[in-house]
Design a protein. Structure first.
Length: 175
């Protein structure tokens, strides 16, 4: 059973408002001893986000081959909804929250460094793919998917490639 759109929109607004409020408090507070802890939380949140971004398209691959209305298809719907809403989206919000706090809470943002631009572009792209996965999850939930499993096999690795580029950019800082 899916929640009505107004309730989903209300939850999204509350989530974003709570995240923005928390971020504002952290930026004003600037507890410097907590910096490495928040970096750790950022990386943990990113790991959970990536787990969802890598597993969801695998579910789409098998779901695309399941007959509409079959038990298998209905089970995939539940798995996809829970993975997307319960883990992947909260993890993405937490990654942004801790990442923005690391960046602006300590004024370490310096866009004269190329790697920061590279990371920013990759992270926005990853967030866009996240939103698109949400639409695909809704299409499957409403039995409206028309794409073959081969398509999902092909897009499967894109988030992983973006993650590799991001990690090399932030750790190696090649330019
Ligand atoms: C969602 C938006 C994101 C923002 C705003 C953000 C921002 C930041 C900032 C400001 C730092 C601290 C950099 C420093 O201490 O020099 C950081 C660290 C890090 N970020 Fe992100 N990040 C985001 C997403 C990601 C993603 C998607 C990944 C990986 C796939 C990632 C991987 C890392 C890693 C590994 C570090 C630790 C780097 C180090 O200490 O050497 N971040 N992030």
């Amino acid at each position: 059973m899916t929640a009505p759109r107004s309730r989903i929109a209300m939850r999204a607004v509350i989530g974003v408002a709570a995240a923005a409020g928390l971020l504002a408090v952290l930026v004003l507070w600037q507890p410097s001893g907590l910096y490495p802890w928040f970096k750790a939380l950022h990386v943990i949140a990113v790991i959970a986000w990536m787990a969802g971004m890598l597993y969801l398209p695998r579910l789409f691959v098998y779901h695309a081959d399941a007959a509409v209305g079959s038990d298998k298809s209905e089970t995939f719907k539940i798995m996809e909804r829970r993975l997307y809403r319960g883990i992947t989206t909260p993890a993405m919000l937490a990654s942004w929250l801790f990442g923005l706090w690391l960046a602006f809470g300590f004024g370490i943002v310096d866009f004269s460094q190329g790697w920061m631009w590279l990371k920013a572009v990759m992270v926005v792209a990853l967030s866009g793919i996240h939103g698109w996965y949400g639409r695909l999850t809704r299409d499957f939930a409403n039995d409206r998917n028309t794409r073959p499993s081969k398509f999902f096999r092909m897009i499967n690795e894109i988030p992983f490639v973006l993650a590799i580029v991001i990690v090399i950019a932030v750790v190696v800082r090649p330019f």
